[in-house]
Write a protein that binds this ligand. Structure first.
Ligand code: IPD
Ligand code: CA
Ligand code: CA
Ligand code: CA
Length: 270
């Protein structure tokens, strides 16, 4: 597994250098949706990662945000977000990352999230723990929501789900110490793994937003599930990740606020 981990770390750093070099310069931006941007730098970074994977592991499958799925007959699938935090990047807000995961027979075995501006490389291999710049990291020891710093995000397709994240947000505001919205789900998860955040939840994410970061959290001693505590899958667009100690409490808040949202939808008041 370690050859894959080293390779993922190398290509995350290379793509991160592309992001860092172009950050704050002028680049083309187009719209995938009303507020869903893609810059030419997303595409450049993804092309670099794509070419490196194709050259090194020509038979492996590749699922990347901008290019979609390159299907092969293989037990291995790379899952790539070349720039997680495009809105931040396009505005010159310094919080974004490169996220690369490797699945073997549908199980995530390698996860790497790289923050090029802080030069922080978060990495994990299944069963080997998680590191930041090759030093071991672990989740926080906070054990009540009252002491917890939480983080979430909001989808581009704001109307996609009957469960509105504002309902969850407002429920957590009542019980948590504080909540952040930083704009890079992969880096949010890396920060949970590093003990900087105590918990993260989000709806409507894609596999490339979650696959790498979810392995970081579990390898750092945390828990990752669906809102109702069912096993996590990067292909199910709902995630709660935490240090483990506050996990059940987060799940209870999410289930209760989800039901409030569903009742509002049934009443037709949203
Ligand atoms: C987005 C970021 C953001 C999350 C969005 C994602 P992108 O990814 O992870 O934090 O709230 O839902 O789509 O488009 O910047 O790669
Ligand atoms: Ca993303
Ligand atoms: Ca992206
Ligand atoms: Ca995007």
């Amino acid at each position: 597994m370690n050859q894959f981990l080293s390779f993922a770390e190398a290509i995350a750093r290379e793509a991160g250098a592309i992001l860092r070099d172009r950050f704050g310069t002028t680049f083309a931006v187009r719209h995938k949706g009303r507020i869903d941007l893609v810059t030419e730098v997303d595409v450049l970074a993804e092309r670099h990662i794509h070419d490196r994977i194709r050259a090194q592991f020509p038979d492996h499958e590749l699922l990347a945000e901008e290019g979609g799925l390159t299907q092969t007959v293989s037990d291995f699938r790379w899952i790539v977000d070349p720039l997680d935090g495009t809105t931040n990047y396009a505005h010159g807000y310094p919080f974004f990352s490169v996220a690369i995961a490797l699945e073997h027979r549908q199980e995530t075995v390698v996860g790497v999230v790289y923050d090029p501006l802080r030069d922080e490389l978060f990495s994990a291999a299944k069963g080997q723990g998680a590191c930041c710049n090759h030093r071991p990291i672990q989740v926080s020891a906070v054990d009540t929501l009252e002491q917890a710093l939480l983080v979430t995000g909001f989808p581009y397709n704001v109307k996609a789900s009957p469960q509105k994240n504002l309902d969850h947000f407002s429920a957590f505001l009542d019980v948590a110490q504080a909540i952040r919205r930083d704009g890079s789900a992969a880096l949010d998860l890396a920060y949970v793994a590093a003990g900087r955040f105590d918990g993260f939840w989000e709806l409507n994410l894609s596999p490339w937003d979650m696959a790498a970061g979810s392995l970081l959290v579990t390898e750092a001693g945390g828990r990752v599930t669906a809102f109702d505590g069912q096993p996590f899958s990067p292909y199910v667009a709902e995630i709660v990740a935490s240090n483990g100690r506050i996990h059940d409490a987060m799940g209870q808040v999410l289930m209760a606020s989800g039901q409030t949202a569903m009742r509002a939808v049934q009443r037709g008041s949203v």
